[in-house]
Design a protein around this ligand. Structure first.
Ligand code: 17E
Ligand code: FE2
Length: 398
């Protein structure tokens, strides 16, 4: 198959793409026709598929059931979810996850990292997600994080449940140090999670310091263990909203460790703009982590949606454009190059976090997966909220 006339990743000149057996065979200008089927992309933008690097698929589409989060805080969200969790059954999980995945797919997303709550003695969501991962493989690559929503040390048998989820087949280990009862539990939980990941050769993605407490210091523990255990960029710190409130002298010191540790960051600008600053009067903090400064230090940052219509976020349709749009505003990254390159938060940067760069990208010999946008470059696409004209996965039109 030959695709003609594409602007690949904001290039200034048109290129053609030859796909054979689901692989990018050749990319270049004015490729000669070799008797294959030809599709004219008409000067549209081609990007690698979008990647959702942080969402909770098991909680999606449950907002208001059984109660709405009235305060808009993370902690009330956790209470609402705890009540919804009592009603979980397999059919309910399957139906909601499938719906959310199809919403994402319609917006050109082909890879999802989902956190799945394992503070459930039955591990029902984890079991169901593992079977859905197989079942949905033709439309979506799903990576599963065993996420201890109510704590590792502060929940009955939290350590055992996390380990069981890993043995069951979770791809990554999570933790939630800012939610643990004590500072000691916070450190112990991070130690436990990272050692477990090292032992079972898994990735790590910690819900880290998702609080406006400037004394919340889970991040330094995560980074130090990532370095000491040699896990490095297999480790991701998600949210890190307390970093918004750290004093600058501490951040200056912390940056050295963050660079040495090579860990990734995921910011969730829609959700944390909504959840954070809730205990403030005025001025109200935004609470999104220091994206611009991390990027300037050469640290990898991606953006996630975090939630679609659940106890933590009452809106959302699976369009990562909205996440980028909010992120650029709240992080004040509105320079021309910032806007033009902002697709990287939901493509290449996210691919690094998910550890899929070996099979990701519009490059010769890689799987022919890409999206075509009704726009000439990403600035234009973002500004006009352009639709995804087509999404190809391993050479097949979705
Ligand atoms: N759970 C949590 O601890 N934090 C979040 N932002 C979400 C779920 C969505
Ligand atoms: Fe999250």
């Amino acid at each position: 198959m030959l695709f003609k006339n594409a602007y690949i990743e904001n290039s200034s000149h048109l290129q053609d793409i030859r796909v054979h057996n689901g692989i990018f065979k050749e990319i270049g200008e004015l490729l000669p026709h070799e008797g294959e089927e030809v599709t004219d992309l008409g000067g549209r933008l081609v990007l690698p598929p979008f990647i959702e690097s942080h969402v909770h698929l098991d909680t999606c589409l449950t907002a208001g059931d059984p109660v709405w989060n009235m305060s808009g805080t993370l902690f009330e969200g956790i209470e609402c979810w705890s009540r919804r969790k009592e009603k979980l059954d397999e059919a309910d999980i399957r139906e909601r996850v499938k719906k959310a995945v199809s919403m994402y797919a319609s917006h050109g997303v082909q890879f999802i990292r989902t956190h799945v709550d394992v503070t459930d003695p039955a591990l029902l969501a984890m079991k169901t997600m593992i079977s859905l991962k197989e079942e949905l493989h033709d439309v979506m690559d799903i990576q599963i994080v065993a996420f201890p929503q109510e704590g590792i040390c502060s929940f009955p048998k939290g350590k055992e449940l996390l380990k069981e989820a890993v043995e069951m087949g979770a791809d990554a280990v999570g933790a939630i140090p800012h939610f643990e009862f004590t500072r000691e539990y916070s450190v112990e939980s991070v130690d436990y999670a990272l050692k477990l990941a090292a032992e079972y050769d898994r990735l790590v993605d910690v819900h880290c310091d998702e609080i406006d407490d400037e004394a919340s210091r889970g991040l330094e523990t995560v980074a130090a263990r990532a370095l000491e255990l040699g896990l490095f960029d297999k480790v991701t710190a998600s949210h890190t909203t307390a970093m918004h409130s750290y004093n600058n002298a501490y951040v200056l010191k912390l940056m050295r460790l963050l660079k040495m540790s090579r860990i990734n960051f995921v910011a969730n600008p829609l959700v944390n703009t909504h959840l954070q600053g809730r205990a403030d009067t005025y001025p109200k903090r935004r609470g999104v982590t220091r994206v611009k400064e991390l990027m300037q230090a050469g640290i990898n940052v991606s953006f996630g949606h975090d939630d679609i219509f659940d106890p933590w976020y009452p809106l959302g349709n699976g369009n990562l454009r909205d996440v980028v749009f909010m992120g650029l505003h709240v992080c004040q990254m509105m320079g021309y190059d910032d806007i033009m390159n902002s697709y990287r938060f939901i493509t290449h940067n996210a691919a690094k976090t998910l550890h899929i760069t070996d099979r990701y990208g519009v490059e010769k010999d890689k799987p022919a997966s890409f999206v075509v946008m009704d726009a000439k470059d990403y600035y234009d696409a973002l500004n006009r909220n352009a639709t995804v004209f087509a999404s190809y996965r391993n050479g097949l039109k979705m």
